[in-house]
Design a protein around this ligand. Structure first.
Ligand SMILES: Cc1cc2nc3c(=O)[nH]c(=O)nc-3n(C[C@H](O)[C@H](O)[C@H](O)COP(=O)(O)OP(=O)(O)OC[C@H]3O[C@@H](n4cnc5c(N)ncnc54)[C@H](O)[C@@H]3O)c2cc1C
Length: 284
């Protein structure tokens, strides 16, 4: 695996942990193909409340075995300190050095919020328990977290995570680049200097995208919604349009100083690879 210079853009690919044998085989294949692009790391999501704890662990260990860095996501909602301590220990024992630290959302039917209320408490706990052993990434919402009282409050809360010791940031996906630039400007004004890597969601299927975006508070601008709806069931046209649109977004982000890109791959190879190729990104 060729090493990267410190100043080269940060590229990462996100997966969810598969639950079936077929899913595991598919993920192995997708990861092997994306590994050829020499990303900085792969990340693996974690079901809030610990619902994918073992699958997330297995997936990150499998990735580490291929010689690449794997960053497990770790959400603290509904967890105790001891749960989190045990998970951190298992990652330390397996040479994992990066973590994406999140609050998560309480799964429906689960009543207890546990011993952590917000992600800043998790970041603080990881630092207290493990010092500088982990590089900690946290989430940010350029279009504002859906539960936030206001954009200003959300920003203050985001800054708590940075102040608690986060090293880098991955954003929720967005299709409005200005929301990202405005967020980054705000960070600069507040003296936040860690990299804020935009999260990129390829567009392949509009009903799924609309559903997902409603849940996580990502805005689909009206013009984009209308364009996608206009394609009806014509999946090929949706994918071709999505590729152009998202590649242009990525290019604009990189041209204007984004420190890298984090792709929400949804465990699929083609949509992410097509964007990568259309951007002409290098493997160095
Ligand atoms: C890159 C990325 C990866 C993700 N991966 C996963 C995953 O693997 N598993 C998963 O379940 N979910 C994941 N999510 C979703 C995430 O868990 C949800 O968006 C969740 O609602 C918020 O998590 P957070 O870490 O941003 O929370 P927080 O930073 O804790 O913020 C949550 C809300 O609480 C407010 N808040 C924060 N701190 C305080 C405070 N101290 N006092 C008062 N209010 C506060 C914020 O303004 C915000 O409205 C991911 C999101 C992103 C962007």
């Amino acid at each position: 695996m060729p090493s990267k210079t410190h100043d080269s853009p940060l590229f990462s690919f996100e997966f969810f942990p598969p639950k079936t044998e077929v899913g595991v085989e598919n993920l192995n294949f997708v990861q092997q193909q994306l590994a050829k692009l020499n990303p900085d790391f792969f990340s693996v999501t974690f079901g809030a409340g610990g619902t994918t704890r073992d699958n997330t662990f297995d997936a990150v260990v499998n990735i580490q075995k291929t010689g690449f860095s794997a960053a497990p996501h770790l959400s603290c909602v509904a967890s105790t300190q001891q749960n989190i301590r045990d998970i951190l220990k298992s990652y330390q024992d397996n040479g994992i050095s990066k973590i994406v630290a999140l609050r998560g959302d309480l799964p429906s039917g689960m009543m207890s919020a546990g011993e952590f209320r917000y992600a800043n408490e998790l970041v603080q706990f990881i630092r207290e328990e493990t010092g500088e052993q982990f590089q900690i990434h946290v989430a940010a919402y350029p279009e504002v977290h859906p539960q936030a009282a206001s954009a200003a409050e959300d920003f203050k809360n985001f800054k708590r995570k940075v102040d608690a010791g986060a090293d880098a940031v991955i954003t929720q996906y967005f299709y409005n680049a200005d929301a990202y630039f405005y967020f980054v400007d705000n960070c600069e004004k507040q003296g936040i200097e860690i990299p804020i890597v935009p999260g990129i969601m390829p567009i392949t299927n509009y009903s799924q995208l609309f559903r997902f975006s409603d849940m996580c508070g990502a805005d689909i601008p009206r013009w984009l919604r209308k364009r996608l709806e206009g394609f009806g069931d014509d999946t090929q046209s949706i994918q071709a349009f999505g590729l152009d649109m998202v590649s242009d977004l990525c290019q604009r982000l990189l041209d204007n100083g984004a420190p890298g890109l984090h792709f929400y791959t949804m465990n699929k190879l083609e949509p992410t690879l097509a964007i990568w190729e259309s951007l002409g990104l290098s493997k160095e």
